[in-house]
Design a protein around this ligand. Structure first.
Ligand SMILES: [Zn+2]
Length: 331
């Protein structure tokens, strides 16, 4: 198994962290933001924990692509958590960190969870979700002139203690569901089921390269809108890496940011502030907006800082705006 496209930390997590940093601690939405942040971090850790099990899949002709987002034939995007690609089949993996006992109902297609902390609860059915992904992936293959490889759907519960409830009625459904420790055996059994090659060695390389090439990263969500927080609530300034407060000023130490409380200086502290601007406010920014947000002494200082960054520019002169990104780097 070779990982061709790594899993990246969800931008939504960075957005929630930036939001907590830049609203007052006593803001009424803080508990809700923290709640979502905990849930997202647990989900991401669950996905990360699968790397251990994937490491045992040592087939050099099976490739793994994480976080793939492609344009579907209906002009809308579809996103796949993890895609396994071999010469003979593809597998769409959807990772869930559901805990407790999970029952897939074959009649209603609903998913029920029973646990010590929750009464019976209905969850979104991940099988329906990947069924849609499968159809879109099939159409994508056809549209790009690839042979129609068999596409297997697999829901993986990252928590090894999750109990998948099996009844005589739902055997067909739960064939498509595994817990993380069973993943290796499941993929091995798929390998023996699907032994016919649809692709050559070079075809497999080309297909995976095209999938990566056509991946479009999702735009960041409008996190302020989601929590009904006004942009004016956002605290501006450059945060001190030591005291974690927006205290940094320029002009005291030449070419650097300086914290009057900690007496430390930093050369690149504005990068994370510009990332926060991108994550919370806007992907495009003008020099005067940077001046206001970084609280530089004047517009020229803001211009000098942003002009050194490898950012795409839109418009000219006073109308010029810079296309921010996350993560942001100096080169
Ligand atoms: Zn400080």
């Amino acid at each position: 198994m070779i990982v061709l496209k790594e899993r990246t930390r969800p931008v939504r997590i960075a957005q929630l962290e930036a939001l907590l940093r830049r609203i007052p601690n006593q803001h009424e939405k803080v508990p809700n933001i923290k709640k979502e942040l905990v849930r997202r971090r647990v989900g991401y850790q669950g996905e990360q924990s699968l790397n251990y099990y994937f490491s045992f899949l040592n087939d050099p002709q099976m490739f793994m692509l994480h976080d793939l987002r492609l344009l579907g034939s209906n002009r809308s995007y579809f996103q796949i958590d993890t895609l396994l690609v071999s010469k003979s089949f593809m597998t769409i993996l959807e990772v869930k960190n559901y805990s407790g006992s999970i029952y897939f109902d074959p009649d209603t297609y609903q998913v029920y969870r029973t646990s010590t902390t929750h009464d019976d609860e209905i969850l979104t059915n991940p099988l329906l979700q990947i069924q849609a992904q499968k159809l879109q992936l099939r159409e994508w293959l056809t549209a790009n002139n690839w042979p129609l490889l068999p596409i297997v759907k697999l829901v993986v519960f990252s928590d090894p203690s999750t109990k998948i409830v099996s009844t005589p009625n739902n055997l067909q459904l739960i064939k498509q569901v595994v817990t993380a420790p069973a993943l290796l055996s499941k993929v091995e059994s798929l390998q023996s089921t699907f032994s016919k090659d649809y692709l050559t060695d070079s075809g497999l390389d080309k297909l995976t390269q095209q999938l990566i090439h056509m991946h479009v990263p999702p735009p960041p969500s409008d996190v302020l809108h989601d929590f009904r927080i006004s942009a004016t609530t956002i605290i501006s300034g450059v945060y001190c890496p030591s005291c974690q407060r927006p205290t940094l000023t320029r002009g005291v130490v030449v070419g650097k940011w300086f914290c009057p409380d900690c007496l430390i200086s930093s050369k690149h502290a504005h990068l994370s502030a510009l990332e926060d601007y991108f994550l919370l406010l806007n992907h495009r920014v003008s020099t005067s907006e940077i001046h206001a947000f970084l609280q530089t002494s004047n517009r020229q200082q803001a211009y000098d800082l942003v002009n050194k960054l490898p950012l795409h520019r839109v418009g000219a002169f006073r109308a010029r705006r810079y296309e921010l990104m996350y993560p942001l780097s100096m080169s």
